[in-house]
Ligand binder design. Structure first.
Ligand SMILES: *[C@@H]1O[C@H](CO)[C@@H](O)[C@H](O)[C@H]1NC(C)=O
Ligand SMILES: *[C@@H]1O[C@H](CO)[C@@H](O)[C@H](O)[C@H]1NC(C)=O
Ligand SMILES: *[C@@H]1O[C@H](CO)[C@@H](O)[C@H](O)[C@H]1NC(C)=O
Ligand SMILES: *[C@@H]1O[C@H](CO)[C@@H](O)[C@H](O)[C@H]1NC(C)=O
Ligand SMILES: *[C@@H]1O[C@H](CO)[C@@H](O)[C@H](O)[C@H]1NC(C)=O
Ligand SMILES: *[C@@H]1O[C@H](CO)[C@@H](O)[C@H](O)[C@H]1NC(C)=O
Length: 779
């Protein structure tokens, strides 16, 4: 009773509507029950006139906190009768398309203004004039396209300006000129492509600007001029192809820079000149090469995150005396003799380097620090040797060639990149600088690639030919590219490959043939690629994998066949690819797990079968790969039944297991899956009866979000398996009590019963019943 009254009183005070009456009542109650609050109230009454003021009908006015809330009311303009002394105005979820000049002049005491999700399209110049006390302005999730020069005039105290999730394409010069106290500017999730010179001028005290999730491609050299206090800059998730060295060099006080998730493939010498930089994030890019002198002009660098790139090797960054952490996980690092200098340097300087080896086979999955330097050898031929050219240091402004470059293309001597993308070219240009390492020819109209198309590009490592309407590759098309490691042919119209097409590509490691017109595996052609490691064939129309599908792919580790029409896999289809680690067969037409074809894949660690019409999984379906499998995807298949021995052999090695969106009513015993880091059982119509008790008990001990929900019986539909009480009546329910029976006799019984558990749920129930009987007898 008492509690209820208290609640009512609070409500009246905090959400008081116009008029003194409610507040008066509240105060009486409060004075009795909640003395500290009544103090506020008295002071509010003393301040006097606010409470008597008007409040727009549709809003909630809190006269204590000087706060007005008009949430989700479809208001088309800011209401005119807001109390003059209001400090916080929350207008989220309305339809205020234009914020007109002078809108807030009647309420000059605002400190916080929230206009999120108001479909704002336009902010007139002078819209916020008069708000000299405003410290927080939230305009996120609107439809703003342009920031005009005087959009934010008058906001001389503003500290936080949130503009994320709009459609901003353009910021006029001087737009932030009057925001001398702004500390945080959020421009994330907009449509910025370009930043002009001095765009942030005036932001004298700004500490953090976020430009994440835009489409930034070009930054003017002075784009970051006039930001003397900036400590942190977020440029991640953009379209930068090179580090904007010059622009960043203006940020002499910035200590943290995020550039992850940009399509940058190479970082050259002295690429970042930021005197105070301590933390640098270059993760999830396309980095194939990082100069060991890339950061020497940022001498204070402490943390360098390079995770999820394509680096095979990294030289020691010997000049970086403050460096303490480097993250290289998710790179195909080869722990051979070429990584020795790095390892020795990291150990000597006590740098925490997170490096997991992708090769050689012997060290795959090992942490670099756990290896002995003397074991890191280069006995293996080709695969390692091709690294040398790509890691060699490149002299800046090389004087070897005067810059020659085919007409219409751009060639950079510095980065050794050449670019002729989006040029409607009909034939491959000739005459690139002979030291070019990356050649970008995307989005042209070549239709066919003739023999010898790339003469004199002996050092080319990466060739981009995506979206070029290519239907045929003639034999010898790539014959001169002895150092090519990456070949991108995605999004073309290739449906077959001549056996001699890849002649000469002895170093090729990554081949992208996804989104083409293959209806069968292009057999034979891959024999010429002795070092092929990753083959992308997803989104073609391949119908089957026949006996010789993988001939010549002895070194292949990753095979991507997502989104084809594979309905059949011959038992010997994969037998040539003994080094296979990842096999993606999701989104195909398989009706059963291709168990026989998994034989002879001793190191397969990831298998994706999601979205195949597999209704039933039988005994031992994954047994051939049980000793190596770590990630198993069986989601979205329409699975109706899984036999109780389906997962035989799988257990403590499995780290992730996806079974969501299927139709079976139960799953086999999962007690042997002791090392899971992720498991998803959501959208499975579990039948929650005593047969499901083992799952429930297992879930009770698992510290992961699983998402298992009961579908039947009807009275528990929608409830979490982990929370339903339905199991409490099942024999063997109490875990605690079972533990208490620790006599030798009951132990042996439990062991015996658990070994039979898999064969039939009933046996286990009986076993548990026995335990219970033993325990009861003891009591
Ligand atoms: C706002 O408009 C939407 C769509 O017209 C309507 O569904 C909703 O009920 C309206 N809300 C209010 C508070 O009037
Ligand atoms: C390196 O990055 C990976 C991926 O984000 C992360 O899981 C790991 O913890 C990082 N290592 C260190 C030492 O921070
Ligand atoms: C190719 O790279 C090697 C090793 O970095 C270098 O010595 C050679 O000069 C380069 N060739 C050309 C044509 O630039
Ligand atoms: C792709 O090639 C097929 C024949 O292989 C042809 O019928 C089709 O028109 C081509 N499509 C395009 C977009 O060129
Ligand atoms: C769990 O692993 C043990 C030891 O490998 C095995 O004997 C047992 O049958 C497995 N249990 C299940 C349910 O797979
Ligand atoms: C599990 O799968 C469901 C359905 O696909 C998805 O919505 C959910 O995010 C997943 N949960 C986890 C933890 O991955």
């Amino acid at each position: 009773m008492c509690v209820k009254e208290n609640a009512t009183a609070k409500q009246q005070v905090y959400f008081a509507f116009p008029g003194i009456v409610l507040v008066g009542e509240g105060s009486q109650l409060l004075r009795k029950m909640w003395a500290p609050a009544s103090l506020f109230l008295v002071s509010a009454l003393l301040t006097g006139r606010l409470v008597a003021e008007r409040c727009p009908q549709i809003c909630i006015c809190d006269s204590i906190k000087y706060q007005v809330m008009c949430l989700n009311k479809n208001l088309t303009e800011v209401p005119v009768t807001i109390p003059q002394l209001t400090q916080r105005l929350d207008l989220r979820g309305n339809v205020i398309k234009t914020i007109a000049a002078g809108t807030f002049l009647p309420i000059p005491y605002l400190t916080h203004l929230n206009l999120q999700r108001c479909k704002v399209e336009r902010i007139e110049e002078g819209a916020f004039r008069g708000l000299g006390r405003l410290v927080y302005l939230n305009l996120a999730s609107n439809n703003i396209v342009i920031i005009y020069q005087e959009s934010f005039d008058g906001l001389s105290s503003l500290q936080q300006l949130l503009l994320e999730n709009n459609h901003i394409e353009e910021i006029m010069p001087g737009a932030f000129g009057q925001l001398g106290f702004l500390s945080f500017l959020n421009l994330a999730r907009n449509s910025l492509v370009y930043l002009p010179d001095m765009v942030f001028q005036g932001l004298q005290l700004t500490k953090w600007i976020s430009l994440s999730h835009n489409s930034l491609n070009v930054l003017a050299d002075e784009a970051f001029g006039g930001l003397p206090s900036l400590r942190r800059l977020s440029l991640d998730h953009n379209e930068l192809q090179y580090l904007p060295t010059e622009a960043l060099s203006r940020l002499s006080g910035t200590s943290r820079l995020d550039v992850g998730h940009n399509p940058i493939s190479y970082i050259g010498e002295e690429a970042i000149e930021m005197a105070s930089l301590k933390q640098l994030f270059l993760d999830n890019m396309a980095l194939q090469d990082v100069s060991h002198r890339a950061f020497v002009k940022s001498p204070l660098l402490h943390t360098l995150d390079l995770h999820n790139n394509q680096l095979l090797v990294l030289q020691p960054l010997t000049e970086m005396v403050h460096l303490r952490k480097i993250n290289l996980t998710g790179n195909p690092v080869l722990c051979t003799c070429y990584m020795r200098p790095f390892k020795e340097w990291a150990a000597k300087k006590r740098i925490h380097a997170d490096v997991v080896c992708a090769g050689p086979v012997l060290f795959r999955g090992e942490h670099l620090e756990s290896l002995r330097t003397t074991d890191m050898k280069c006995r293996d031929h080709a695969l390692e040797e091709k690294l040398l050219p790509s890691v060699a240091t490149i002299p800046r402004g090389s004087e070897v060639d005067a810059v020659k470059c085919p007409k219409g293309c751009t060639c950079s001597l510095d980065s050794q990149h050449a670019n002729c993308g989006h040029k409607k070219l009909q034939s491959i240009p000739k005459g690139f600088p002979s030291n070019t390492q990356l050649l970008d020819l995307r989005h042209n109209e070549f239709h066919s690639i003739p023999k010898g198309s790339f003469p004199d590009l002996k050092n080319l490592t990466s060739l981009h030919l995506q979206n070029c309407k290519i239907a045929t590759l003639q034999p010898g098309a790539f014959q001169d590219l002895k150092h090519l490691v990456y070949l991108y042919l995605s999004n073309n119209n290739i449906s077959s490959l001549d056996a001699a097409v890849f002649n000469g590509l002895i170093q090729l490691t990554y081949l992208y043939l996804d989104h083409n017109g293959f209806t069968q595996m292009p057999e034979g052609a891959f024999r010429l690629l002795p070092n092929l490691l990753a083959l992308h064939l997803q989104h073609n129309s391949i119908r089957q994998l026949s006996e010789n599908a993988m001939a010549g792919m002895e070194k292949l580790r990753w095979l991507y066949l997502t989104g084809n029409r594979v309905a059949q896999v011959s038992p010997k289809a994969l037998s040539h690819a003994k080094m296979l680690e990842k096999l993606h067969l999701d989104e195909n037409s398989l009706q059963e797990v291709p168990t026989k074809a998994l034989r002879g894949l001793p190191i397969l660690s990831e298998l994706k079968l999601s979205k195949n019409p597999i209704k039933y999984i039988g005994d031992g379906a994954f047994f051939p790969v049980a000793r190596s499998l770590q990630h198993l995807y069986l989601d979205n298949m329409g699975l109706e039944q899984i036999s109780s021995d389906a997962f035989t052999g799988l257990g403590p090695r499995v780290k992730s297991f996806y079974l969501e969106k299927n139709k079976m009513h139960r799953v086999p015993d999962l007690h042997n899956f002791t090392a899971l880091e992720a498991i998803n059982l959501s959208d499975v119509p579990f039948h929650c009866d005593c047969q499901l008790l083992p799952l429930r008990k297992w879930l009770d001990k698992l510290n992961l979000r699983v998402g298992a929900t009961c579908d039947t019986p009807a009275d528990v539909r929608g409830q979490k398996v982990k929370l339903v009480t339905i199991f409490q009546n099942c024999p063997g329910w109490s875990i605690k009590k079972a533990k208490q029976t620790s006599s030798a006799e009951s132990k042996t019984k439990t062991r015996r019963s658990s070994s039979k558990r898999q064969r039939a749920g009933n046996v286990q129930l009986r076993g548990n019943k026995k335990n219970k009987a033993v325990k009861k007898g003891k009591q």
